[in-house]
Design a protein around this ligand. Structure first.
Ligand code: SPV
Ligand code: MN
Length: 631
């Protein structure tokens, strides 16, 4: 067998034990193309997993830090975030038009030819690691098996922290062809162990083969098959099979003094408070990024976290705002830091707390290109280089968090009672409201927008359309994706359908100051939780149901011992009709252009506009106080 060229007898036996001809074929095909010097097959044993952990250190892709188990990994200066321009969906030429303007496609034949030629010999001189994982808990209706081949020990190690092992699960596959596979190569590396040929970075998604090919990158959002690459394949699979794959956290809201847990899912675009909502103190976390949703035999909507770890933004993780994560990052245990500043084996990041003195020199994400960092150092354009990258990350296991929910690995998933859609909006929406029903909620999710912040490139305050916070990952026409949400809702009985809420933590006053404190999101979720249990009323407005003043007063007092003023309530919960109407125009302009749009979407859009115009006419103002609707 050709595999003998790369693999030991023992490793070949490991592959053969899977009894899966397709796995053998994929390994042979891509070993032949990528031409690694050697290969290794990793199973679920502690011994094999320890081998990968050590390999990342031996190869220098990670370096030890001062706390036991902590390591640092750097990505190339030019590889610090997802590469949207070079992440493309392979589509047959005749289908290209169906995908509209928002999905980055390339002709399948042309794309394959290009990427396979880039991958030819991309692993020369390196070791190819073959790994098996399970997306979602093992032994579950949700489980999807995944094969990863990578020449990066950092990638293989990260996946160990972030996903469940799946070698044994592969042996149980009902259909031996039903798995995802991911071929990754960091490509040739510089002497600093970062990708050399960034100009040839490509991430191509092939739905026909349920595979993603990714080359010349290391940043986890580009390289790790099981994260955003699998998300794209799973969206397609879910739509074909009648369930949902969403870019959502899963968290249990635990109200004080009530003996219960209510599971919420939440979709928020990047940098809109998703992980911090999942991590609200007092609640417990199942996942912070990606969920599969299915309807079980009792008609309940259930969800699992497809991951078992967090690849989180480290910026602003400090003892006050993110106590659980801060604690995990400052305690010995298996943790990978990436793209932070390191000095004397200690990691430093932006916003880690005022009482920590940041060194003026050290190694950071700029060092592989520009040498050691020191304060005042500038990039080619003359901008000062921060000591830690704004998108620097940590990789940890959820089990290592004190607020890990007991249902993390439950093969049945958790019962979904509510779904939240959040955006970043300084001047339009209220902090929290409830949709009238599922279809209205889907419309709210489809209309999520996020304003750019000063921290991202380009002009601040520009609104980006982010349907379900999933736009970057949707690989079917947008209309088809939305239709799947309407269809899913139809399959659930009224009393079992999750309630859908909208949140906005970023509303500002006329002096450009946020109304909300960082932890006020706890109150908005507790209000939503009490709505799930029909424990409080609400005010009907043109946009949906908003909280009553007295209910919020009670919650703020009970939870934070804070007096929530009538003035603040009125300012935050006024319905800004004109702003909402402007938003509707923006949303309509985007979806009007899309193919296969479900009728339900435009019904909701028109009803929403009608309600807003009627209210404006009736109350003769573009900003309506919440108290007005009580009369
Ligand atoms: C996100 O940007 O949504 C992330 C990080 O979760 S990444 O892995 O880059 O996608
Ligand atoms: Mn994400």
């Amino acid at each position: 067998m050709a595999l003998e060229k790369w693999l030991s007898e023992k490793d070949i036996k490991k592959l053969e034990a899977l009894n899966n001809p397709k796995v053998i074929q994929v390994v042979e095909e891509f070993f032949s193309l990528c031409k690694p010097e050697k290969g290794v097959v990793i199973d679920d044993s502690d011994e094999d997993i320890e081998y990968v952990r050590k390999l990342a250190l031996d190869l220098g892709e990670e370096k030890p830090l001062h706390l036991d188990g902590h390591t640092i990994h750097f990505d190339s200066y030019y590889d610090q975030a997802r590469d949207k321009a070079n992440t493309r969906l392979l589509v047959p030429a005749e289908k290209k038009d169906e995908y509209g303007k928002h999905i980055n496609t390339i002709d399948r034949d042309e794309g394959l030819k290009e990427i396979l030629s880039i991958m030819d010999g991309c692993m020369e001189g390196k070791l190819a690691i073959v790994r098996f994982f399970c997306l979602g808990p093992t032994n579950s209706d949700f489980s999807i098996s995944a094969l990863q081949i990578t020449d990066s020990a950092y990638v293989a190690h990260s996946e160990d922290i972030l996903y469940r092992t799946g070698y044994e699960q592969f042996k149980r596959l009902k259909d031996p062809n039903d798995f995802f596979y991911f071929i990754h190569s960091a490509g040739p590396l510089t002497e600093k162990n970062v990708t050399k040929n960034i100009d040839k970075r490509r991430i191509y998604i092939d739905l026909e083969e349920n595979r993603v090919l990714s080359v010349n990158n290391q940043y986890a959002g580009n390289s790790l098959g099981l994260k955003k690459l699998a998300l794209r394949l799973a969206i397609n699979k879910a739509i074909n099979e009648g369930w949902l794959t969403e870019h959502m956290f899963i968290s249990a809201v635990i109200p004080p003094k009530k003996n219960r847990k209510t599971y919420f899912l939440g979709a928020f675009p990047s940098a809109c408070g998703k992980t911090s909502t999942a991590m609200i103190p007092g609640n417990s976390i199942v996942g912070d990024d990606i969920a599969y949703l299915r309807i079980n035999k009792d008609g309940e909507v259930r969800a699992v976290n497809i991951e078992s770890g967090i690849f989180g933004i480290i910026r602003d993780v400090n003892p006050r705002d993110d106590p659980e994560i801060f604690k995990a990052l400052t305690t010995p245990g298996e943790t990978i830091f990436s793209n932070v500043l390191v000095k004397d084996g200690k990691p430093y990041w932006l916003g880690m707390g005022n009482d920590i003195e940041v060194p003026k020199k050290g190694t950071n994400w700029t060092s592989s290109l520009l040498g050691e960092w020191e304060e005042g150092k500038k990039d080619e354009e003359g901008n000062e280089l921060k000591f830690s990258h704004p998108n620097a990350r940590y990789t940890i296991r959820i089990e290592d968090l004190e607020n890990c929910d007991e249902a993390l690995n439950n093969p049945e998933g958790v019962k979904v009672s509510a779904i939240i859609y959040g955006g970043r909006d300084s001047d339009t929406s209220v902090p929290v409201y409830e949709s009238f029903n599922w279809n209205h909620g889907v419309f709210i999710g489809a209309s999520v927008e996020s304003e750019t912040t000063a921290a991202t490139l380009g002009k601040a305050g520009v609104r980006k359309h982010q349907p379900m916070a999933n736009l970057d990952f949707i690989v079917v026409p947008l209309g088809k994706y939305l239709k799947a949400h309407y269809e899913f809702g139809k399959k659930v009985e009224d009393d079992k359908r999750p309630k859908i809420f909208s949140t906005n933590y970023f509303l500002k006053d006329e002096n450009n100051r946020y109304y909300d404190e960082i932890l006020d999101k706890k109150i908005w979720l507790l209000w939503a939780e009490s709505r799930v249990h029909n424990e409080c009323g609400a005010i009907e407005t043109p946009i949906g149901y908003i909280p009553k003043y007295e209910d919020l007063v009670k919650l703020f007092k009970e939870v934070f011992n804070v007096d929530y003023s009538k003035e603040r309530y009125e300012a935050e919960f006024s319905i800004r009709v004109d702003k909402f109407l402007e938003k509707l125009d923006r949303i309509e302009a985007i979806f009007k252009e899309e193919k296969m749009m479900p009728e339900e979407f435009f019904i909701e859009l028109n009803n929403q506009r009608k309600r807003l115009l009627e209210a404006k006419e009736k109350h003769k103002t573009g900003i309506i106080s919440p108290f007005t609707f009580l009369n």
